[in-house]
Design a protein around this ligand. Sequence first.
Ligand SMILES: O=c1ccn([C@@H]2O[C@H](COP(=O)(O)OP(=O)(O)O[C@H]3OC[C@@H](O)[C@H](O)[C@H]3O)[C@@H](O)[C@H]2O)c(=O)[nH]1
Length: 419
Amino acid sequence: MPSIQTSPYSPKALKHPRSLPRSINYLLKEQRLLFILVGILIGSTFFIIQPSLSRFGPPDTHYSMPGSFSVTRREEMPISYQESRTYRVGKVAGRVPVGIGRRRLRIVVTGGAGFVGSHLVDKLIARGDDVIVIDNFFTGRKENVMHHFGNPRFELIRHDVVRTDIVGGGSDISLGLSCLTSSLQILDCDYKTNVMGTLNMLGLAKRIGARFLLTSTSEVYGDPLEHPQKETYWGNVNPIGVRSCYDEGKRTAETLTMDYHRGAGVEERIARIFNTYGPRMCLDDGRVVSNFVAQAIRKQPLTVYGDGKQTRSFQYVSDLVDGLVALMEGEHVGPFNLGNPGEFTMLELAEVVKETIDSSATIEFRPNTADDPHKRKPDISRAKELLNWEPKVPLRKGLPLMVTDFQNRILNEDEGKGH
Ligand SMILES: O=c1ccn([C@@H]2O[C@H](COP(=O)(O)OP(=O)(O)O[C@H]3OC[C@@H](O)[C@H](O)[C@H]3O)[C@@H](O)[C@H]2O)c(=O)[nH]1
């Protein structure tokens, strides 16, 4: 029996520091390097596939994003799949795994063909999840998601979340982005989508045991008397004004979400989204960034409402998507402010648009809409601390990133008119 003391491989021998050339020599002898590399390879393969084999790994989780949602009929699911979707309702947190070996999730994104929804879908598909988009295409566009057509991990369903007949089969997470969000559209009123749509998606999340993420809005703060706004601020909202169908709709959606969480144990996440911009915004939805950018490209005056001294904080869409994913995967219900704290008056924004697109653009003042918030800026300490998230793209960097998309769409629109 070989003695440990005399063995060349004994730990004792390793106690003496080797010179570098000796160590390399040792590694290269008898194909030791090859064995080490093969060992590393086998090790990594095991860790990459292990979570899907382990019964002790975190449960599958289905997300649903408010705004659009997809129908997956139960009978179409293999039994084992249905069972795997049974997420324990009432538990404090079903951990959504991240990083290497993360389980593939099936995620329903309502409003997934819209501006924010489609960017989120891109991110989820890119990281390997299955995504079901539900959209009524009221403002969503097939062009926003058609690059996923043909991908077996992507499904698209035309459906209005206000209608009740969704029979959810299996999704881990439900993320709702269905809602008309611009002021122009708000005036057409969207209370029903916010309330009925959220209620329907909450019912679905409860039935199938999915985690539910509500995309709420900074509009819940109304015309804020606290600045910047923290999540603890209750807001200053006119309950009967022209904007109230949106503000109060989202406030009710938050109430419903928390009720389902407390009363039925549904796992919830709430994001309060501040003004967001980027490629794929609707061209003519009346929002200030899309208006200014489209106007500058079309060589029209930039329409500033009121005196233009009201402020907003603009975040680039990729920052928001990162925040939503961090929230979805984290353990905190929220609400969380997701916004860029950089605050601009509308006149300052007009200057940035001029610098970016056309320095000769002119400004035209128009009367402002009723109950327009005078200022808005998120306090994001909570998201920084608990989600380890903060925006990375300042306005002057982000704005140029949406110009080509707008130019192309405006060009196509103009060409279309010629026919
Ligand atoms: O052409 C325009 C459009 C708008 N504005 C002004 O720009 C400011 C911002 O207006 P927007 O319509 O872009 O956005 P709002 O802040 O009213 O609401 C937004 O905020 C939070 C999101 O959740 C909502 O989805 C979004 O509508 C307002 O003061 C508005 O009066 C202009 O000065 N000119």
